[in-house]
Every structure is written in C-alpha cells, then in structure tokens.
Design a protein around this ligand. Structure first.
Ligand SMILES: CC(C)(COP(=O)(O)OP(=O)(O)OC[C@H]1O[C@@H](n2cnc3c(N)ncnc32)[C@H](O)[C@@H]1OP(=O)(O)O)[C@@H](O)C(=O)NCCC(=O)NCCS
Length: 181
C-alpha cells in the first residue's frame, strides 16, 4: 500500500537519497559523472536538510511511502512567479514503483494544496529537454511545453530545459479514483 503525507524534518536523508538515485538513473550524460556520483549526495543532503528544518512559508513537500520507506516525493513553492504561479521544483518516484499512478497522485496533492490558498492558481516547472519520459507524463497531465532555455542551475553542465505550464489546476486536482496497491 502507498500512503501520502507532508514531509517532516526526519525525512531529509531518505528524500535526498531517492533524489540522488533518480538523478543518477535519469540525468546521466546531462550532468557529469563526477557531479552525479561524487558531489550530488552531499549537495542534496544539504539542500533537503535546510528545506525541511527551516522551511520557507511557501514551501510544500509531500512524500509517498510504502512499508519499505519513502518511494516518491514532490516539492513545490507557492506563488514563486508572478506570471507562472507555483513552481513545482521536484517530482521523483522510485523506479521500482514507476507507472503505478504515484507521480500523478503527488501532482494532485500539490495542485490541491495550491488551490486551497488560491482558487485561480497556476503552476509551472522546468524539465530537462532530454527527459522525454517526464515531458510525456506532464503533457498527459495537461501541462503545456511553453519554451526551451539554456541554464545551469543544477550540476556542472549547461542543460536545455523546458518550461511546462498549467494555467488552471482544477483538472489536476480532481479525484481520479486511482487505487494504489
Ligand atoms: C515522471 C514520473 C514522476 C512519473 O511518475 P509515475 O508514478 O511513474 O507516473 P504515473 O504512473 O503517475 O503516470 C500517470 C499517467 O501518466 C502517463 N504517463 C507516464 N509517463 C508517460 C509518458 N512518457 N508519456 C505519456 N504518458 C505517460 C501514465 O500512463 C499515466 O496515465 P493514466 O493516468 O492514463 O493512467 C516518474 O516516472 C519519475 O520519477 N521519473 C524520473 C524522475 C523525473 O524525471 N522526474 C521529473 C523531473 S522534472
């Protein structure tokens, strides 16, 4: 069974571990091997420790959990951008449980949290241009691929990244009746 809850400060190490593993599996070639295999673990642990022990008021982190531990997470910053709204900064699901509806459910929980404060809220995120699987997933969930830019906010290489936007979160927040076992 998969359950969902807001992250607590005790979760920072487990989330960081899942985050790094997912980067290693999906961003190989986009970032250097040295960054992924040597630097990312301490970089992510520092980021997640800070996020969960000193959360900004607009931060929302939700985790998916099985008996074996955390198997997915999403991190969003409400009202991050005047034009595009809430930033979904991270969404990762363990490769062991991909394709079971967990990513979609995490997106739904984020959408609901955002709409709770602002019924007209919008949302956006950045996804690597090479990450065609995730782009397909976001498009399936109503995201529109608005633009591609070059940046290097993570890692040690410039990457091409796409801005996906949702002008309305109503559909995303709807109950999909998905049962997760
Ligand atoms: C992208 C990711 C979060 C998706 O999570 P998931 O739990 O595997 O996806 P779900 O099972 O919730 O899929 C939801 C829907 O999207 C569809 N979908 C998933 N990938 C798709 C794709 N590449 N193209 C089209 N549809 C896709 C599913 O078929 C499902 O459709 P349904 O609602 O009709 O059943 C997950 O695969 C992941 O963590 N990937 C690696 C990390 C990553 O790239 N994160 C994004 C960083 S920006």
């Amino acid at each position: 069974m998969v359950t969902y809850r807001e992250a607590s400060p005790l979760d920072y190490k487990k989330i960081a571990e899942l985050h790094v593993k997912s980067w290693q599996q999906h961003y190989r070639g986009d970032f250097s091997d040295h960054f992924l295999d040597v630097e990312a673990a301490s970089e992510r642990e520092g980021v997640w420790k800070h996020r969960l022990t000193s959360p900004s008021p607009d931060q929302y982190v939700v985790v998916a959990e099985q008996v074996s531990g955390i198997c997915g997470f999403a991190c969003a910053y409400k009202n991050e951008d005047v034009q595009y709204g809430t930033l979904l900064d991270n969404l990762h699901v363990s490769s062991v449980v991909k394709g079971l509806g967990i990513g979609k459910h995490l997106m739904k929980l984020v959408a609901r949290e955002v709409l709770r404060n602002d019924p007209n809220a919008k949302m956006y995120l950045w996804v690597l241009e090479n990450n065609v699987g995730a782009i397909g997933f976001y498009e399936r969930l109503g995201g529109v691929n608005l633009e591609t830019v070059v940046g290097n906010d993570i890692g040690d290489k410039e990457v091409r990244k796409c801005r996906m936007v949702w002008d309305s979160l109503e559909l995303l927040a709807e109950d999909d009746g998905h049962i997760i076992i």
